[in-house]
Every structure is written in structure tokens, then in C-alpha cells.
Design a protein around this ligand. Structure first.
Ligand SMILES: [Zn+2]
Length: 154
């Protein structure tokens, strides 16, 4: 899923445990794996990236997504979050951490991260390897999902 979607979901979950940053981190990580099970149209994008066919567009996609995530976090923290800033930070960290580690592995091939990369794609491909939606449908689905999450956060 979009890094933005994972970040928003992590923030929303953290709002439910405002006094417990550690729980927010753990739940944020769990939310990443669980939400990645839902097919969201990026299986072919990743396959094309791995095969070297659409490397530039994959990088552009992740760059745009990363910038959107940054803007979301800025926006969220300008709302004034009271005492739950640390928990929300940890929820967002947990939400995006798995993709961050996958990205690190893709770039640096650190052997110690191979198991994590596998674990991530075990969840990510659980359903979508056989039944993925088109990129356009996955995009539309996530925009609606994001709008729903944002309406709950704000
Ligand atoms: Zn992921």
C-alpha cells in the first residue's frame, strides 16, 4: 500500500492508545502487515521494478508517496495533538517501518534483513499474488480508504 496509507493508519491506531507509545509502535507494525494483505494493485509494479522494466516509474511512485506522507505528518502535527504526540509518532513509525526496511534491503542487500523482506512479502502477496486488482483500482480504493481514515483522525 501507499506509505501514506500506512502512516495514516498507524496514526489512527496510535490515537486509540495515546498514553502508550510502545503499544502504538507494535500496533503500527502489525497494522502494516495486516493491511498489506488486502490486494491493492501494486504487485505488478513491484515485479516490474525487480525485473528492471519500470524502475524509473517505481522510484517516482515511491518518491511522490514519501512526499505525500511527509505533508500528511506536517498537517497532522499542526492540528495540535495534545499529549498523544509521542504515541502518534510511534504509530506512524511502526506503520511505515516495514516498507522502510524493505527499501533498505532493496538498496543495500543487508543479509540480516532478508528474513524481514521475506516476511513482508509473505503478507503482501498472500492474496494479491493470485487475485490482485489493477493499479488504477488499487489507487482508487486507497484514496477512498485514506479519506475514510483521515475523516476519523481529524
Ligand atoms: Zn508494505
Amino acid at each position: 500500500m501507499f506509505i501514506t496509507t500506512h502512516a495514516v493508519l498507524g496514526a489512527l491506531i496510535a490515537q486509540q492508545v495515546p498514553g502508550n507509545p510502545f503499544a502504538a509502535l507494535v500496533l503500527g507494525i502489525a497494522s502494516h502487515f495486516i493491511s498489506d494483505i488486502i490486494p491493492h494493485g501494486d504487485t505488478n509494479l513491484y515485479k516490474d521494478y525487480v525485473s528492471g522494466r519500470r524502475v524509473k516509474s517505481s522510484i517516482a511512485y515511491v518518491t511522490i508517496d514519501g512526499i505525500l506522507t511527509t505533508l500528511f505528518v506536517l498537517f497532522l502535527f499542526n492540528l495540535g495533538l495534545g499529549d498523544s504526540k509521542l504515541a502518534i509518532t510511534m504509530g506512524i513509525v511502526g506503520g511505515v517501518l516495514p516498507d522502510f526496511l524493505v527499501g533498505i534491503y532493496e538498496v543495500l542487500r543487508i543479509p540480516g534483513l532478508k528474513w524481514f523482506h521475506r516476511l513482508h512479502f509473505f503478507f503482501h502477496n498472500m492474496v494479491s499474488e493470485r487475485h490482485d486488482m489493477t493499479f488504477a483500482s488499487g489507487f482508487a480504493m486507497q484514496v477512498m480508504f485514506l479519506a475514510g481514515l483521515l475523516s476519523l483522525i481529524v
